[in-house]
Design a protein around this ligand. Structure first.
Ligand code: GYE
Length: 320
């Protein structure tokens, strides 16, 4: 019995001296953008699950898509002297002051799924995919699928000023670059939502001879694509055939559309950004290990050839 007690106290001592190996007992403030898409809702679910699993006290704040609400939340977290801040920054600019205040208060900030234009020394790390690469994969898939045929593309952009909207546009243009037969004829924000995606697609269809002049839709996320698919069907056209549909996120519903032949391709974005962030926080708290400034998550292309029904069944349980 004595040995067990000695072992136990040695473990506790080690924990005190070098910080605990886990995040248990830490208080983390999480400023989430909102619930604009199925992917965003899954990220929130998984972040809360990760916090629970690790014994973290998560203070959650939903910003309803407004940066000023995120800045208010960060200031509140600083006042509460939380151990760390997680934030999914709705747009890329306007963060210098509040991130400076967090640094002043020695509270590490972890960016989830989007980046900011601020100096890298104002945050611990950014856990994101390679957003440019995602757009490029989508563009290259379309170029390969269309071949030499002339193809007018309409684009539904994400939230104006957000890093995914900026980078996915850039990447897609790189992906179709060098293919003179591929041309983006209309491009507008659908704010990452189904409703807006449908609305803007309706305006594209009206403006382009009922859609006869449109060969493909590139949407910066699946939710806008799902809304646009509805608009294409209501215009009497076949999404996936008359108008090819390629988007990003790989949420379950896009696989239902693929299984019905109404969507063609999507690039996967994991909603589990919090796992790597909590791992980096634990390592930092344990012995001061600093993570790289960018923790990159994987991006994988899915097409109709990937058994979409089976993928839907698999994905349904993963936080969505
Ligand atoms: O693609 C979209 C969400 O920030 C990369 O935000 C993320 C994007 C994601 O609204 O569904």
């Amino acid at each position: 019995m004595k040995i067990l007690k000695a072992l136990a106290s040695a473990t506790i001592l080690a924990g005190c001296m070098f910080g605990s190996a886990s995040a248990a007992g830490l208080v983390v403030g999480f400023s989430q953008i909102g619930s604009e898409s199925g992917w965003r809702a899954a990220e929130t679910t998984l972040t809360k699950q990760q916090a629970e699993k690790r014994g973290v006290d998560l203070k959650f704040a939903d910003a309803q898509q407004k940066q000023e609400n995120q800045i208010k939340a960060l200031r509140s977290f600083i006042a509460q002297k939380v151990d760390a801040i997680f934030v999914a920054p709705v747009v890329a600019t306007g963060w210098d002051d509040v991130l400076g205040e967090a640094k002043e208060a020695e509270i590490p900030v972890f960016l989830l799924d989007r980046t900011v234009d601020s100096s890298k020394d104002l945050y611990m790390t950014a856990v994101t995919s390679d957003l440019v690469h995602e757009g490029k994969v989508a563009g290259e898939w379309l170029a390969k699928t269309v071949g030499d045929k002339a193809c007018n593309i309409v684009e539904l952009q994400g939230t104006t000023g957000s890093s995914p909207a900026i980078d996915r546009k850039k990447g897609f243009e790189e992906g179709i670059g060098g293919h003179a037969n591929l041309k983006i004829i209309r491009s507008q924000t659908g704010d990452f939502t189904r409703t807006k995606g449908k609305e803007v697609m309706e305006s594209f269809l009206k403006a382009e001879d009922g859609g006869k002049n449109i060969c493909a839709l590139y949407a910066h996320n699946d939710d806008m694509a799902v809304g646009a698919i509805q608009a294409i069907k209501e215009a009497g056209l076949k999404p996936g055939t008359d108008i090819l549909v390629v988007s990003i996120d790989a949420v379950p519903d896009i696989f239902l559309a693929m299984a019905a032949g109404e969507a063609n391709a999507t690039v996967e974005l994991t909603p589990n950004m919090a796992g790597p962030a909590f791992d980096a926080l634990e390592a930092f708290k344990k012995d001061g290990t600093l993570p790289p400034k960018w923790i990159q998550t994987e991006s994988k292309l899915y097409t109709q050839a990937d058994d979409p029904k089976a993928v839907y069944e698999l994905k349904k349980g993963l936080g969505y």
